[in-house]
Write a protein that binds this ligand. Structure first.
Ligand code: HEC
Ligand code: HEC
Ligand code: CU
Length: 508
């Protein structure tokens, strides 16, 4: 066999291999599992058949004329210019066809965009390279990244055959769980670069753009697992941020919500761990969260991601390193929000005593917890605190102290919607900088924040009187506002006592 034949044979074998890997390769669009995805499919088929009909008619007439009126039969071409009747006909017929296609297309587009009257909302944030899901109605909040098995197999030289990994690159650690037969509204944004959320079976994809909100909705009929992926080139690991949606019947979904909320309530394990335990557990946290940028061996990517091996930060003060990992810096994401105190303690201890470093110290979960922005780790949103449980006496304090305390309360309770600098994400989340409400009557702002309004949650039951007063003071005297007034915790406490009892957050 000569060289080119060999090459050809290997190409054929590759093609066959590809064919078996994609066993359910299909030619047409998929019909999907929602009414909208079916409508899109029907629209596509309708337009396709109209195009087929036009194609057959036009080419049929053309080929018929070419054949039957050919020169050898002695046909003469007609010699006329400007025929008004013909011109009117060939304008009107295509116009009618286009209008006929625009009517069903517009109906489907309007349906696709109609997010009104939804039963629940989920905020989706794209990160390099994972998805963050926040259930706005019940406070459930988690990150969803590529599953361990795919992540191991995808490493260069892993020696693992990707075909042996179930749902290779289409599986995640924490899937998005939704109830069936409920209208679910999604709001999309991104924390770093452009991403795009796409699950083919739902019928649409939506861009996730930093500082901008997009909306979409779905209503899944049938329980099942639906897979997709990010479809916007979003950096080196763009190909490794899949999406998995599990649609469950309502009772199963309710059970999942209860279980997930109970887990969130438990919070991190703050008990002390031995040096070796911290370091060995940190390896897994590192491989899952850090190795994509700093590489599995800690060598980093010069120019983009610094090496962990021999890093001055890692060899320096442990608190400084912990703060960097908790709060992020430039392209380094803030992990204070993504990892629990125990995981943070493990990964910090790991970087200092592995990957070619041997500093010899460690940090305990308790010390990390103290460095975390207040409440961020214990998912305060999922654990409404009833004011009657509070034993501490309420102490009033000077305005400046309230403002500085309010900054961290704001960071963990408000910034996800109104943004860190208070610029908001109009039109969905209003800016607080220069807001008429914030620069207006103090009591009106307090009322709005106690009870909520539309998508704005009520904070009357979820913040302590002190935190509440602090965040009010911060919005009015920080974030570019300078109203100059403040309300004291004791006054908030009276207002909270007068609120109706906390409602159960469950879906009814
Ligand atoms: C999305 C990519 C990305 C991920 C994921 C990431 N980092 Fe980083 N990291 C960076 C970048 C970029 C910097 C440089 C930040 C700067 O100085 O501007 C950095 C800096 C650091 C530094 C300081 C290094 C030095 O010498 O300046 C440490 C330590 C560090 N990261 C640890 C971690 C740990 C631990 C994790 C996992 C929990 C992690 N990083 C995950 C991108 C990343
Ligand atoms: C889940 C997203 C979300 C969170 C979290 C949130 N807000 Fe809001 N907020 C909104 C929305 C949406 C509105 C607009 C409500 C409306 O007018 O219908 C709003 C309105 C406001 C307004 C009135 C602004 C204006 O000009 O109309 C203030 C003040 C405010 N929020 C303060 C806060 C504070 C302080 C916190 C944290 C304790 C917070 N919000 C947390 C979504 C949120
Ligand atoms: Cu992406």
């Amino acid at each position: 066999m000569n060289k080119s034949k060999q090459l050809f044979a290997s190409w054929v074998l590759m093609a066959i291999g590809l064919e078996t890997a994609q066993a359910d390769y299909k030619l047409n669009l998929m019909q999907g599992v929602t009414k909208v995805s079916n409508d899109i499919y029907d629209l596509h088929m309708l337009i396709l058949w109209i195009c087929v009909f036009i194609g057959v008619a036009v080419f049929g007439a053309m080929f018929y004329s070419i054949y039957h009126h050919r020169k050898s039969r002695g046909h003469q071409a007609a010699q006329f210019h400007e025929n008004t009747t013909v011109e009117i006909i060939w304008t009107i017929i295509p116009t009618l066809i286009l209008v006929g296609m625009a009517i069903p297309a517009t109906k489907t587009l309007l349906e696709l965009d109609d997010v009104q009257d939804s039963d629940m909302s989920i905020k989706v944030t794209g990160w390099q390279w994972k998805w963050e899901y926040e259930y706005l109605d019940n406070g459930i909040h988690f990150f969803s990244s590529l599953d361990e098995a795919s992540n191991k197999a995808r490493q260069v030289g892993s020696g693992i055959d990707p075909r042996s990994v179930p749902h290779y690159l289409l599986n995640v650690d924490h899937p998005l769980v939704i109830p069936t037969k409920k209208k679910i509204r999604f709001v999309f944004t991104a924390a770093d670069v452009l991403h795009s959320w796409w699950v083919p079976e739902l019928g649409w994809k939506k861009d996730a753009i930093p500082g901008f909100i997009n909306e979409a909705w779905t209503n899944v009929e049938k329980a099942g697992t639906y897979r997709g992926q990010c479809t916007e080139l979003c950096g080196k690991d763009h190909g490794f941020m899949p999406i998995v949606v599990i649609a469950m019947e309502q009772p199963d979904y309710d059970a999942w919500v209860k279980k997930t909320q109970a887990e969130a309530k438990k919070g991190p394990d703050l008990s002390d761990q031995s040096h070796d335990e911290l370091v060995s557990k940190g390896a897994a946290v590192y491989s899952k969260n850090c190795s994509t940028c700093h590489l599995p061996d800690g060598k980093g990517v010069p120019g983009a991601f610094p090496a962990i091996t021999g890093s001055a930060v890692v060899k320096g003060d442990i608190k400084v390193q912990a703060n960097l990992i908790i709060n992020g810096k430039g392209g380094m994401p803030a992990f204070g929000k993504m990892l629990k105190a125990d995981e943070l303690a493990q990964v910090i201890s790991y970087t200092r005593n592995a990957l070619g470093n041997s500093v010899g110290d460690e940090i305990q979960p308790k010390s990390v917890q103290e460095l975390l922005p207040q409440g961020a780790d214990t998912a305060s949103k999922a654990v409404p605190m009833s004011t009657s449980e509070k034993a501490e006496p309420i102490v009033d304090m000077p305005k400046d102290e309230l403002v500085s305390l309010g900054k961290s309360v704001y960071g963990s309770n408000c910034a996800s919607c109104h943004q860190a600098e208070g610029q908001g994400m109009p039109p969905m989340f209003p800016a607080l900088t220069g807001s008429a409400v914030v620069t207006g009557d103090l009591n009106a702002q307090v009322g709005l924040m106690l009870n909520g309004k539309g998508m704005m949650p009520g904070f009357g039951h979820t913040l302590s009187a002190t935190d509440f007063a602090a965040v009010v003071a911060f919005t009015r005297n920080g974030l570019g506002n300078a109203v100059g007034d403040a309300i004291q915790p004791s006054a908030i406490q009276k207002l909270q006592a007068a609120l109706p009892a906390a409602q159960d957050d469950d879906e009814d």
